[in-house]
Design a protein around this ligand. Structure first.
Ligand SMILES: Nc1ncnc2c1ncn2[C@@H]1O[C@H](COP(=O)(O)OP(=O)(O)OP(=O)(O)O)[C@@H](O)[C@H]1O
Ligand SMILES: [Mg+2]
Length: 386
């Protein structure tokens, strides 16, 4: 890590981590673009199709995974870019310990998204979680409570990265073990020693993942219970087959149980073409406390407010327990909140000292931030500070 002299650092709220500079190359609608920002609220406004969400998506790639649209690496490549060019996003991450240069982009000749940290290739994307945590809310997540468990699991996992960066590695290893087992069951079902080893890894990482999700959900539940203000205080819990066992049995016993069940279910799983037991069967159950209904049955605005409440609670937790504030990406958030909640969100961003990137077509919804925000206008992929 390059350590900058403290006097050279931008003025930061103590311990906040920010993207102080972002450079985009052949990324989505951007040929070449750069933006510099300080901490606090960063507001991007402009017409539909200008490039606001694309910019947030670029920042979301500073965390492990496929970013806020769950896109494939090739989708990031600007349509119309010269043959042989590769998309790239570079960010200067400034924090209390100095500056780190993080970069990600398409590796030449492959579809892979590579990661560099301070100029050196990182072994995996999980390394990003050690430097910065990024949490987002986008219109695509409006159906998070209505659709399948996968989105909710990913959402919870991302919140955990903020408290425990090692969680990202666990997710990667577990996903890999699930894929390896499926492949072995179809291609080499007789390789029982190999299957034993993969199932042992799947059981160990699966129990670790489920335990971390339960722990996070319990912390979030306590934090939400104590929160005040106009946002709902949802009841949250990590659920799933492994989680259910962990509630009453020690982790080692649960690991043995998972391993045994996987070994017994090989034929059944091969026939179904999927591994039916593992941490990939977990879910985040959310209930609207005040209304007493599952979040899926709350109104669209209420669901959005529940998500904001969870994200803010997780940010407060990460700060209290790890001294690290996640970067918040809030796409079109202002348009979905009523005036009271909008003002409460702006106030909370100020109190937390988080860098919060917010987008919207209508600048008037952000005017009340006044001098507490940096304003940029984006038009046809051109960014200007206003
Ligand atoms: N790979 C790509 N190459 C070139 N352009 C792309 C690529 N992917 C997306 N785009 C375009 O980028 C433009 C900006 O998209 P973006 O989602 O950032 O807009 P936005 O400013 O958030 O608009 P809205 O207000 O409608 O949400 C769109 O016109 C989209 O079609
Ligand atoms: Mg958008």
């Amino acid at each position: 890590m390059v350590r900058a002299n403290a006097a050279q650092l931008p003025r930061l709220t103590p311990r906040s981590t920010i993207v102080s500079r972002l450079t985009l190359t052949e990324f989505r609608c951007y040929g070449q673009a750069r933006i510099e920002a300080a901490g606090g609220a960063v507001v991007l406004t402009g017409p539909n199709g200008a490039g606001k969400t694309n910019l947030l998506e670029a920042i979301s790639l500073m965390s492990p995974g496929r970013g806020l649209r769950s896109a494939r690496s090739n989708d990031f490549q600007r349509i119309g870019a010269a043959d042989g060019s590769n998309w790239g996003v570079a960010a200067t991450i400034s924090g209390p310990d100095g500056e780190t240069l993080a970069g990600t982009g398409r590796e030449a000749g492959t579809e892979r998204r590579g990661v560099q940290i301070d100029g050196k290739a990182a072994k995996s994307q999980a390394a990003l979680a050690e430097i910065v945590s990024v949490v987002w809310l986008t219109p695509l997540m409006d159906r998070l409570f209505v659709e399948g468990a996968k989105g909710r699991r990913k959402f919870l996992d991302r919140l955990i990265f903020g408290l425990d960066p090692a969680h990202a590695g666990r997710v990667t290893r577990h996903d890999l073990a699930v894929r390896q087992r499926s492949r072995l069951l179809t291609e080499r079902p007789g390789e029982s020693a190999w299957l034993d080893a993969v199932e042992a890894e799947l059981a160990a990482t699966g129990v670790a993942l489920a335990a971390a999700r339960m722990d996070m959900a319990a912390r979030l539940a306590r934090a939400l219970e104590q929160s005040t203000g106009p946002f709902p205080r949802p009841i949250v819990a990590a659920e799933g087959p492994i989680e259910a066992r962990l509630a009453s049995e020690p982790a080692l016993a649960v690991e043995d149980w998972v391993r045994g069940a996987l070994a017994r279910n090989r034929a059944g799983d091969a026939a179904q073409g999927e591994t039916q037991l593992g941490a990939h069967r977990g879910d985040l159950a959310v209930t609207h406390r005040e209304k007493g209904v599952p979040a899926a049955l709350a109104s669209t605005g209420e669901q959005k407010a529940i998500l904001v409440a969870i994200v803010l609670a997780a940010a407060r937790l990460a700060m209290a327990e790890r001294g690290r504030m996640p970067i918040l990406l809030l796409d079109e958030i202002a348009a979905h909140l009523d005036a009271g909640r909008r003002e409460a969100l702006y106030a909370e961003i100020g109190t937390l000292g988080a860098q919060a990137w917010m987008t919207g077509a209508d600048r008037s919804l952000f005017e009340s931030l006044g001098d507490n925000a940096q304003f940029f206008t984006i038009r046809d992929a051109r960014i200007t500070q206003t």
